[in-house]
Design a protein around this ligand. Structure first.
Ligand SMILES: Nc1ncnc2c1ncn2[C@@H]1O[C@H](COP(=O)(O)OP(=O)(O)OP(=O)(O)O)[C@@H](O)[C@H]1O
Ligand SMILES: [Mg+2]
Length: 237
């Protein structure tokens, strides 16, 4: 069953047509990736889907509801949470306080706050070690983990991640992709946006290729990683 359906989405920045009518879907339980080069429109797709950037036209259905015209706050309440590009954690707050904010972003602190917190610490042991550290002093990889942990505290049905591997060392990139797989296995549907096509296609059920604001190719992760076009343009082959 489709958890997210995006139909003919068009977004403009002034006179620039950044998204030229794109359509895609994410089924419950899937990991779906949008791959594309710099400026292809990946972040625009994510942010307009979650209601942070206005849509010129098109339709977005989430969990059976038409959310095309809903503001971001309402969409988050329905269970769609994004981890933006560049993470944007609260640098002055501690790791623990950041996770608390994630729980508050949806409702009053959940009755299961402690349990939720323990799950996050289990998934990211590093965050437990550093729970009282001011978040702005965490390393890049630790900040990525915190941003993901904070998003998970809101119990999203759909977790959207904008370039989670950006700027991380190869070892950490592998760790982040492993954790994404684990989060999905634990029951969260995932929409991933990535320039790292190799790793993301390897963990994706399905994927779409975005070029200049248009979807030019789609298929299973395996199909796309074997496609000549994808190999040539995105896998350095
Ligand atoms: N606020 C803005 N005002 C004007 N143009 C914008 C704005 N934000 C993005 N754009 C333009 O829209 C296009 C798509 O940008 P977007 O950020 O969605 O790309 P992206 O695929 O996420 O790229 P990257 O991989 O570099 O993050 C680009 O040409 C960009 O310059
Ligand atoms: Mg981007």
């Amino acid at each position: 069953m489709a958890l997210l359906e995006v139909h003919d989405l068009e977004v403009y920045y002034g006179v620039i047509r950044a998204l030229k009518g794109i359509s895609f879907e994410v089924n419950e339980g899937e990991i779906v990736t949008l791959i594309g080069a710099n400026g292809a429109g990946k972040t625009t797709t994510m942010q307009s889907t979650v209601g942070l950037i206005p849509k010129r036209s098109g339709k977005v259905i989430f969990d059976g509801k038409d959310i095309t015209k809903l503001p971001c706050q309402k969409i988050v309440h329905l269970g769609m949470t994004q981890v933006p590009e560049g993470r944007r954690i609260f640098g002055e707050l501690t790791v623990y306080e950041n996770l608390l904010m994630g729980a508050y972003s949806v409702k009053k602190k959940s009755a299961n706050f402690k349990e939720d917190l323990n799950k996050i610490y289990e998934l990211f042991p590093r965050l437990l070690e550093r729970k009282n550290q001011v978040a702005g002093t965490l390393s890049g990889g630790e900040q990525q983990m915190l941003a993901m942990g904070r998003a998970l505290m809101s119990h999203p049905k759909l977790l959207m991640l904008d370039e989670p591997s950006m700027g991380l060392s190869p070892l950490l990139v592998d760790q982040v992709f492993d954790i994404i797989k684990q989060i999905n296995k634990d029951g969260t549907t995932i929409l991933l946006v990535e320039q790292n096509a190799g790793k993301s296609l390897a963990i994706s059920d399905r994927a779409y290729v975005l070029e200049n604001g248009e979807i030019v190719l789609s298929g299973t992760g395996k199909e796309l990683s074997e496609s000549e076009m994808v190999k040539k343009a995105y896998l350095g082959g």
